[in-house]
Design a protein around this ligand. Structure first.
Ligand SMILES: [Zn+2]
Length: 515
């Protein structure tokens, strides 16, 4: 794993007093690097620009938050924050998978163009070096760019570290579980805010964790028991806190030196634990569904409490009012609405995500409180650049939805397109219909009426032949459009996956993914 960018490492290596040793020393070293090495240089001055704090709460369904209409108190902090911000009621992710969804966010490109996918036995699909990320564009314009993530599918091996001064999974505990009891675990955020101020560089801070991800055991026992009132006998209730902490520490200490090895180690740990967690669960049974959703909601509540801690830090620092603060998720989660669990199918429950944006008062004139129109997460950074008056000199597919925030009438109505991990299936929203050619339970085509069936339960494909024909033609256009965009960016749309390296194949074999 790369904690410090190579050029910084070179500069640090000339410091004779610095000796890289145990993990604690390494963290101290990174903090020292933040303080002493990241100096402003001859790049454009960004000193009048605001901080951008972007929190991605992995696997957070929009409709499980109070401010999105949930009837359970899962999100007091996010709800209060949303009351002062712009809430997008209908924001959609471009993929129900962590890596492609986040990469669309960071590049303004659809998954079919950036071609980064979740790690599987076909190997690693890493971001093409010709693609320029938004963090890189912000860095170029003077921002101090820092990503504090929870590893896994967000590992730097996918290219997620591109454009970050610092991209680390070490500086906050995995899933922030220590931060709940000991706010000192988030001290790094205070230090980053101080450093950006001292150097007159605005801060772009990307934060990410897996608190809501399955297995739903990350919340402390006290929160889980509050939500899980009637556990189904025989099903897992998660673990007692001490054992939970031991497992979470295991994730942090997952074996291996580089990110890929750690990713593999985490996958093994996760799958072992997840298997245990899901044992005996039959989501077709309402009582089992209730049990599982209760535990998921406990995770949402925990994520909300952690967000509250982040807000406290920003408030204490005096940065709350002058920063752009964004809360969102990369995808939702399914609880058997379409016969599945976790997140892999292309339906509303896996793609509808929260998106809440709070702007500093100097930008917040005549903003809408809630935006009902559809927006895509691939357009978020384009919108921020539009807001800040920053041109984008690279080819992207994203479009600014600033006009929706300001209700100034400029047109924003792109097709809301999403892909599966293998790019075999596409889904899009067109006017009153949702179409996808996703194969699930023997059905290969889906057509839903949005006004009549927002939960996407009645497939109209067999009965609406004429609409279906139109949708098929649009699907074909979407694929052709992405394919020709890939060609113009220089990434080949024909390339199925990168060939895995010999060492990766060895790791996969050792881990049992390959024969
Ligand atoms: Zn995710």
């Amino acid at each position: 794993m790369k904690l410090i960018p190579a050029d910084t490492q070179r500069r640090i290596s000339r410091r004779p007093a610095v000796i890289i040793g145990a993990a604690g020393v390494l963290i101290a070293l990174v903090l020292a690097a933040i303080f002493f090495v990241f100096r402003p240089d001859s790049r454009d001055s960004g000193s009048t620009m605001p901080n951008i704090i972007l929190l991605s709460i992995d696997t957070l369904r929009a409709d499980h938050l109070g401010c999105y209409g949930y009837d359970r108190e899962t999100s007091p902090n996010i709800d209060a924050f949303a009351a002062d911000a712009v809430l997008f009621e209908n924001a959609y992710s471009q993929a129900p998978f962590t890596a492609p969804a986040h990469m669309s966010l960071f590049t303004g490109l659809t998954p079919a163009v950036h071609r980064v996918a979740n790690f599987d036995k076909t190997g690693l699909r890493k971001l093409d070096p010709r693609i320029v990320t938004f963090p890189a564009m912000l860095k170029e314009r003077g921002w101090l760019t820092v990503g504090l993530h929870a590893g896994g599918m967000m590992s730097p091996e996918f290219g997620f570290d591109r454009g970050f001064d610092l991209y680390s999974e070490k500086l906050i505990s995995y899933n922030w579980h220590r931060a709940y009891e000991d706010p000192k675990d988030l001290n790094v955020i205070r230090r980053l805010l101080e450093t950006s101020r001292r150097d007159s560089r605005p801060l772009f801070l990307f934060l990410h964790h897996y608190v809501c991800h399955d297995p739903y055991m990350t919340a402390p026992e006290s929160i889980r028991s509050r939500f899980l009132k009637n556990p189904v006998p025989g099903l897992s209730k998660g673990l007692p806190d001490d054992e939970r902490n031991r497992i979470l520490k295991g994730f942090e200490a997952a074996p291996g030196g580089n990110g890929l090895e750690r990713l593999s180690g985490q996958r093994v740990l996760r799958s072992t634990f997840a298997k245990e967690f899901w044992k005996g669960v039959d989501l077709s049974r309402p009582d089992h569904r209730r049990h599982i959703v209760d535990l998921y909601d406990a995770g949402v509540y925990f994520a909300d409490a952690l967000f509250g801690k982040l807000l406290s830090i920003l408030r204490e620092d005096g940065s709350l009012d002058d920063s752009i603060i964004i809360v969102m998720s990369d995808h939702g989660e399914e609880f058997f609405e379409h016969g599945g669990k976790t997140h892999w199918q292309l339906f509303v429950e896996t793609l509808h995500v929260p998106l809440i944006v709070k702007l500093p008062s100097r930008y917040a004139q005549s903003l809408q409180g809630r935006v009902a129109r559809d927006v895509r997460t691939v357009d978020l950074f384009v919108t921020l650049f539009d807001l800040l008056g920053l041109p984008i000199d690279h080819q992207i597919q994203g479009e600014s939805f600033l006009s929706l925030m300001k209700n100034n009438g400029r047109r924003y109505a792109p097709l809301v397109v999403s892909y599966d991990n293998a790019l075999r299936s596409v889904r899009f929203i067109k006017d009153d219909f949702v179409y996808s050619d996703f194969m699930s339970h023997g059905v290969g085509e889906w057509l839903f009426s949005r006004p009549n069936d927002p939960a996407e339960q009645r497939n109209l494909a067999p009965s609406m032949g004429i609409v279906l024909e139109t949708m098929r033609a649009i699907a074909s256009d979407v694929r052709l459009g992405d394919s020709s965009f890939s060609a113009s960016v220089g990434t080949s749309s024909a390339r199925p996956t990168d060939k895995p390296s010999e060492s990766l194949l060895r790791q996969l074999r050792a881990l049992g993914y390959l024969e």
